[in-house]
Design a protein around this ligand. Structure first.
Ligand SMILES: C[S@@+](CC[C@H](N)C(=O)[O-])C[C@H]1O[C@@H](n2cnc3c(N)ncnc32)[C@H](O)[C@@H]1O
Length: 273
């Protein structure tokens, strides 16, 4: 299996083979190690082969398994949700670092473009007294986010609504986060096949220069955030300067630009002036 994946140009063949084999057999890693010689049944062999073929056509392991770990939590995925990226954990870290617990009221968190719900649910997992709302334009994605909230035991503190960003909402959120689509439309064809063919276009396409969603989100921030509330936004490579300018034009104060795991500027934290 490892050899076939390697020959097919898959980057981490040993890791992928292990993950796919475990999923196909319904076992933990340890079971494979303790009984490597165990024979596969015809049905198991068929499942392994099907997974292998899917991986060889460029489908990410997380898509094949329908699941991705984010912030140490397990999130179900479907065709309408972005596959959460490890770099987005920097957004959660940054938000928690700047978040000021409000006095005399329970914290309210808003996640615009929630997808699988990974950002909102990771934040609610950490902020035990908080309540949160995730919006998305995709009902299908919201269905997955609701399932994830329930599976993580956070369903009673998380609500999800189909909305165009925060247009239908009023203020009072102590923390507003978003990882909007930020790839310039014309660049999407040039992305890795894992991304281009398997992440939904609605989660990638940020318009002509990739910044369309921020123009809306920054304009809405003042009306959505409480006084003293903060906004934390993820952005793409090379967008830092343009984003700074957009934030300033929208009358926001930049608190910090945080770097991702690769040391690249990735997260912008803002507040009202
Ligand atoms: C890059 S994905 C981020 C998903 C998730 N927050 C994450 O970090 O994995 C952007 C999300 O924004 C949603 N979206 C795109 N346009 C939107 C709009 N106008 N209003 C609300 N959500 C939108 C997409 O459906 C997608 O789920």
């Amino acid at each position: 299996m490892v050899e076939r994946l390697a020959q097919g140009g898959i980057e981490n063949p040993a890791l992928d083979a292990r993950l796919l084999l475990c999923a196909a057999l319904g076992v933990e890693d340890i079971a494979l190690i303790s009984a490597p010689e165990e024979k596969l049944s015809a049905e198991e062999r068929e499942t392994v082969e099907a997974y292998l073929q899917r991986r060889l056509t460029g489908e990410p392991v997380s898509r094949i398994l329908g699941r991705r770990e984010f912030w140490g939590l397990s999130f179900g995925l479907n065709e309408a949700t972005l596959d959460p990226r490890p770099d987005s954990e920097t957004l959660v870290e940054t938000a928690l670092r700047h978040f000021n617990l409000p006095q005399n009221e329970s914290p309210r968190v808003l996640d615009l473009g929630t997808g699988s719900g990974c950002l909102l649910l990771a934040l609610l997992y950490e902020l035990e007294s908080a309540w949160g709302l995730g919006t998305d334009r995709s009902e299908n994605a919201l269905g997955m986010a609701r399932q994830n909230a329930a599976a993580l035991g956070i369903g009673s503190r998380a609500a999800f609504a189909c909305a165009d960003w925060g247009a239908a909402l009023r203020g009072g959120f102590h923390l507003v986060v978003s990882n909007p689509p930020y790839i310039p439309g014309a660049d999407i064809e040039g992305l890795q096949r894992e991304v281009r063919a398997h992440d939904p276009r609605a989660a990638l396409d940020g318009g002509l220069d990739g910044l369309d969603p921020y123009r809306i989100l920054f304009a809405q921030f003042d009306g959505l955030a409480s006084d003293g509330g903060i906004g934390v936004f993820e952005f793409g490579a090379g967008q830092e300067d343009a984003l700074f300018a957009l934030a300033r034009e929208a009358g926001l104060r930049v608190i910090e630009t945080a770097c991702d795991l690769g040391g690249k500027p990735r997260i912008l934290a803002v507040c009202k002036v």
